[in-house]
Design a protein around this ligand. Structure first.
Ligand code: FE
Length: 175
């Protein structure tokens, strides 16, 4: 009887450990998933598909990357504000933009000092990076690196297609 109890207890412990493993794997994968971040900004993927161009959908909702050097705002130096192409939230100012020569628009900070851009660990493609997304709609913007040349030391590397531009003194948004 004693042997039976010990055996049962061992089996119970084993099953507990077995249950832990898939959970841990799931947790690791959640920061590495292609699914957009969940936010309070409710919109179905069908609605996003109707609203965005296929290229915008691929980058903003499927975490794609535009080819370097091809984006509209890569060599863009007008005065104004850059907004999220998904929901229109103001994210970066032209004063925060610098030429990083990396092929994508780069900023050394974001409006509100971090409130509007969320950082998420990204282990995809065999790399350890930090993804940046719009805090309001969860749209993928790009990645952030700590090799920036200004006082912040940061480089928000952003896809042009993820953002729009509001010229200073105007209410229109260029995308
Ligand atoms: Fe957004």
């Amino acid at each position: 009887m004693k042997k039976l109890i010990i055996t049962s207890f061992s089996l119970f412990l084993f099953s507990m450990v077995s249950c832990q493993t898939p959970n841990n794997t799931k947790e690791t994968k959640s920061s590495n998933t292609k699914k957009p971040m969940e936010t309070s900004y409710q919109k179905t993927e069908e609605e996003w598909k109707k609203e965005l161009t296929p290229e915008q959908y691929y980058v903003l909702r499927e975490k794609g990357t535009e080819r370097p050097g091809t984006g509209k705002f890569n060599h863009h130096s007008e005065k104004g504000v850059y907004v999220c192409a998904g929901c229109g939230t103001e994210l970066f100012t032209s004063d925060q933009k610098f030429d990083s020569h990396c092929g994508w628009p780069s900023f050394d900070n974001n409006i509100a000092g971090g409130e509007r851009v969320k950082q998420i660990p990204d282990f995809s493609h065999g790399m350890i990076r930090t993804e940046i997304v719009c805090a309001k709609c969860g749209g993928h913007l790009g990645h952030i690196f700590d090799d920036g040349p200004t006082a912040t030391g940061q480089r928000y590397c952003v896809n042009s297609i993820s953002i729009g531009f509001k010229p200073a003194g105007k209410d229109t948004i260029e995308k």
